[in-house]
Design a protein around this ligand. Structure first.
Ligand code: HEC
Ligand code: HEC
Length: 457
């Protein structure tokens, strides 16, 4: 069957009306060439399709107190938050690499070097890819498996359970992101380390104890006491908990790393010339294929969990017989249907944030878009050659299990090179120029006097 522009649009509108579509919206043959030759996509149509998927501008965040931003910035760059005072948040979320580390999987405690060249002498990796820190005020589910999340009723859920007390919740001003920094600091592989410091001595389940030890550390630095008290007027440092630190990091991220001025945003705001003809065609392609069923809403993520057949590699999350598997969302819900499901990745600035997927299994953006074409066959034939050498041998032979639970939306999806190129043109329209270089967020110094963790050493 030949698909014309009109029939693709009709199918998409029908899919929108029914909320979902089980009929294939892509042709098996490379018919979409016709897309480029028929009438150019009209701006009005693309805006209408976007609105149907709730793909609008990012909500603007309320102004954040400058003193809170300042405190959060210094904490994010200060290795004082790691057990052995050698790793800061920004050791894995580097300004020089779009707030990721340009590695498939991060290297934490015991690693040497920074950025893509960072290595662990024993080849140890963190199980997942370090995502960028952009626009997180708009996300209510954080981490690849959404284990830090705010539910529809506005209640925060985290792995810490009741150790995040009602008093702490009251400190959180920015939703889920306010709680995020509570966790990397407790993780031995990421920041706390196995030995050599007072944080490492605290029992693993005693998060309260770890947070208290961190506050004792910070309280020993007079400059931090002053910064905390300036950020929270009327509260003495002794009354504060690590929730105050975590909320400050969130304030910093929301204030300094929200980037919503993309060509796509200018187009949505009414400027027809903000997109090139190719980008407009790309937008229509994205909105008429199944992509936008999952990549919907202002962040281009439905904030739900799906299995899109990404290969599993690295140490994993201790799942399965090998203990090297990563069951994704199932680790949060316990529901076997959630096995291998991960949060739909938001796509703003995606061009800047390689490698891709929860474990960085796909190293290029074009590679990830191409992956959607017969993704089951792509996974079964996964080629580890583009991965860094130490990871190549770690691909888990569980492709058949992942394919068996692949999201049904991906069945029958075949993309021609032309469609892939159109989608790439659209991805490029999602980049805010201000996100290309965020070196301006690096502080000159941090209160601990330790070396600012900011880039390639
Ligand atoms: C050793 C590397 C490393 C360090 C250090 C680190 N992170 Fe991360 N970060 C990661 C990885 C890997 C993930 C993904 C983990 C997952 O989803 O299970 C992540 C996830 C996140 C996310 C979730 C983003 C999203 O889209 O859901 C945020 C926010 C974040 N980190 C902030 C921080 C902050 C703040 C600190 C310091 C307190 C920090 N990170 C320290 C590697 C690191
Ligand atoms: C069934 C829901 C679904 C559909 C349909 C879908 N995606 Fe995704 N997308 C996801 C999920 C889930 C992930 C993360 C998967 C993982 O890490 O294991 C993802 C990841 C991505 C990434 C990687 C982003 C990153 O930073 O790691 C890109 C790019 C992407 N999708 C683009 C597309 C395009 C283009 C289409 C249409 C051809 C599409 N997606 C269709 C759910 C979907």
């Amino acid at each position: 069957m030949r698909w014309t522009t009109a029939s693709i649009v009709a199918a998409s509108v029908a899919a929108t009306l029914s909320g979902c579509s089980d009929q294939p919206t892509e042709p098996r043959q490379s018919v979409p060439l016709a897309l480029a030759r028929t009438s150019p996509a009209s701006a009005a149509l693309v805006r209408q399709l976007a609105a149907a998927r709730d793909i609008g501008p990012l909500p603007r965040h309320a102004p954040v107190r400058p003193e809170l931003v300042r405190l959060g910035q210094l904490l994010a760059f200060d290795p004082i938050l790691s057990g052995n005072r050698d790793i800061a948040c920004t050791s894995c979320h580097l300004p020089a690499f779009a707030t990721g580390d340009a590695k498939s999987l991060s290297v934490g405690q015991g690693g040497l070097g920074a950025g893509p060249g960072r290595r662990h002498p024993a080849g140890v990796f963190i199980p997942r890819n370090a995502p960028p820190l952009f626009n997180l005020g708009a996300m209510r589910r954080l981490f690849w498996d959404g284990r830090v999340e705010v539910d529809d009723a506005g209640t925060l859920h985290t792995p810490a359970g009741s150790q995040i007390t009602p008093e702490m919740r009251r400190v959180f001003e920015f939703g889920a992101i306010s709680a995020l920094a509570m966790f990397p600091v407790t993780n031995r592989a990421e920041m706390r380390a196995d030995a050599g410091n007072e944080l490492a001595l605290v029992a693993d389940g005693d998060l309260t104890g770890i947070w208290a030890a961190l506050m004792r550390r910070l309280g020993a630095v007079p400059e931090y006491r002053a910064l905390f008290e300036a950020a929270y007027p009327g509260t003495r440092f002794e009354q504060m908990t690590f929730a105050h630190a975590s909320n400050a990091v969130a304030g910093f991220l929301v204030d300094r790393l929200s980037f919503a001025d993309t060509p796509w945003d200018r187009f949505l705001a009414g400027r027809d010339d903000a997109l090139s003809v190719r980008q407009l065609e790309g937008a229509r392609t994205f909105l008429t294929l199944k992509c936008s069923i999952c990549h919907s809403g202002p962040t281009l993520s439905d904030q739900e969990f799906h299995n899109v057949a990404v290969a599993q590699l690295g140490p994993g999350q201790g799942n399965g017989a090998s203990l090297r598997d990563d069951f994704g969302r199932m680790n949060v819900t316990g529901n076997p249907d959630d096995r291998y499901r991960f949060r739909t990745t938001p796509l703003r600035n995606v061009q800047l944030t390689a490698p891709y997927g929860h474990d960085g299994a796909i190293t290029t953006l074009r590679g990830f878009v191409e992956h959607y074409s017969e993704s089951d066959l792509k996974l079964l034939a996964f080629d580890p050659a583009p991965l860094e050498r130490t990871l190549r041998g770690t691909v888990l032979p569980n492709a058949a299990d992942i394919v068996a639970q692949r999201d049904t939306l991906l069945a029958g999806v075949v993309l021609s090179d032309e469609l892939v190129s159109a989608l790439m043109d659209y991805m490029q329209a999602l980049t805010d120029n201000a996100a290309r270089d965020v070196s301006r967020i690096v502080p000159a110094r941090v209160p601990s006097g330790l070396r600012v963790a900011a880039g390639v050493q």
